[in-house]
Ligand binder design. Structure first.
Ligand code: ARG
Length: 459
């Protein structure tokens, strides 16, 4: 069967070679964007006097029919027509006759595919922003209930200083906020229209790129046709943004996994997001959190594929670039799936305040409080640090904590100690009072919550 570009050829590739070269198996995802692009292009061709009205009407009706069939999942594509662009052109021509062949005037698949891809990435970026917003809202709800819930704060995964649980949750809120900002910013470089660049050099037809730009809702056009067809920065940026989001979700999941272990017991992940074991009846595994952590790998992989794909390509279009779509499709699908699961998981999470409270009373994370207490009472901090270190060692040897030491014993160790030390050493005081800007003090966290609330859209 003859190719749509077959004029120059005397021999057809065999089917297995066609299959190797085809992208229809995955770029069919761009069908709706391709039809949208074609509708805009056809309108512009007519308005610029390049095709006559009857041809335009025919093409428009045909494309609209295809649009309906596409939405209903009724279009049938063939590997023989290589990609979504040629498949749709073939379907259109079968439907409306030779006028279908006029659609591709002043256009190349090179500017066509780039346009479809920009439309796709733009749409998905907006969806991801909405999804992040939902996750942020669920974190905010949880944080509001837990300003005064105290958990151990860690450095090196060793107990460091107690913190407000809301403060800990809000740390993730701000990571997501930066992710959202990055996505928003990347739209500036995605929202640019390549259409009208032709194969690489523009066209001699009197096209009007403002018409297609407005029709397609782009806010800018590429100003260099070579750049227009060969730029994939926006795709790389979308994978980079997705990677950063996954890195954040993965860190969060790592904590959820730790916290839901018997050893921590701080939270319980809802049954809806966990699974059992086929052998061990007692098990409740945090599978979804683990999967999110695991899936970060494939998203990083997408980013690396694209960077590597593009690094050696001369201008302008090269067939290598057909490999640009699957990594982006996969990264976008993965990140969206992970964000939904994460939001669902956070909405149903159970917080075990008792275990958190117990944990902060069974450690030495108030040692800094003791050193600060001594420092406030005139002992140079360095000396206080040394003294407290000795006291911690003493407690470890005795098998007790700083709050278990009697006042008499404290006085023997350091005579300036008074009864008010116990108040200072309580984890609640340790957290409550850290009201420096951005600190974990209750008041500071409440202020932070207000700032966070004004950052998310009202949903
Ligand atoms: N399927 C191709 C791609 O995804 C479309 C562009 C093909 N252009 C060409 N001149 N072969 O990149």
């Amino acid at each position: 069967m003859k190719k749509l570009w077959g004029g120059r050829f005397s021999k057809q590739p065999e089917e297995w070679v066609d299959e190797f070269g085809a992208s229809i198996s995955f770029d069919k995802q761009l069908a709706s964007h391709d039809i949208k692009g074609s509708l805009a292009h056809a309108k512009m061709l007519f308005q610029s006097g390049i095709i006559e009205e009857s041809a335009y009407e025919n093409i428009k009706n045909g494309l609209q029919d295809l649009q309906v069939q596409e939405q209903e999942g009724k279009l049938e594509y063939s590997v023989k027509y290589e990609d979504i662009h040629l498949n749709l052109e073939k379907l259109l021509t079968d439907q409306i006759g030779p006028d279908g062949g006029k659609l591709h005037t002043a256009r190349s698949r090179n500017d066509q595919v780039a346009t479809d891809f920009h439309l796709f990435v733009k749409e998905e970026t907006l969806e991801i922003i909405d999804q992040i917003n939902e996750l942020q809202n669920s974190l905010l709800n949880l944080a509001e209930d837990h300003v005064e819930t105290i958990i151990p704060g860690y450095t090196h995964l060793q107990r460091a200083q107690p913190v407000s649980f809301a403060h800990h949750l809000l740390a993730y809120f701000w990571m997501l906020e930066r992710d959202k900002e990055r996505l928003q910013d990347s739209l500036k470089r995605t929202d640019i229209m390549p259409l009208g660049a032709g194969a690489l050099a523009g066209t001699t037809f009197p096209i009007d790129r403002n018409v297609t730009m407005n029709e397609l809702g782009f806010s800018k056009k590429y100003l260099n046709s070579l750049d227009a067809v060969s730029d994939r920065d926006f795709a790389i940026e979308s994978c980079s943004n997705a990677s950063m989001i996954m890195m954040h979700l993965s860190r969060f999941c790592e904590e959820l996994i730790l916290w839901s272990s018997e050893e921590f017991g701080f939270i319980e992940i809802s049954d809806s997001f966990t699974t059992g074991s086929s052998m061990m009846p007692q098990k409740k595994n945090p599978d979804m959190a683990e999967l999110i952590r695991g899936k970060s790998g494939r998203v990083y992989g997408s980013l690396l594929s694209l960077l590597t794909l593009m690094k050696g390509l001369p201008l302008a279009y090269n067939k290598d670039m057909q490999e640009d779509k699957e990594p982006v499709f996969d990264a976008v699908k993965t990140v969206k799936g992970c964000l939904s699961i994460m939001t669902g998981m956070m909405n149903e999470i159970k917080i075990n305040e008792d275990r958190m409270n117990k944990a902060v009373h069974q450690d030495f994370s108030n040692a800094t409080e003791l050193a600060d207490y001594l420092a406030k009472n005139g002992i140079p901090f360095r000396e206080a640090h040394e003294l407290v270190g000795q006291m911690v060692l003493h407690c470890i040897q005795k098998g007790c904590y700083l709050l278990d030491i009697s006042l008499e014993e404290y006085k023997e160790w350091c005579p300036i100690v008074q009864e008010d030390l116990y108040e200072a050493l309580s984890p609640k005081t340790a957290v409550e009072k850290r009201n420096s800007e951005g600190g974990t003090g209750f008041q500071a966290v409440r202020q932070q919550l207000e700032a966070a609330k004004s950052a998310v859209f009202i949903s």
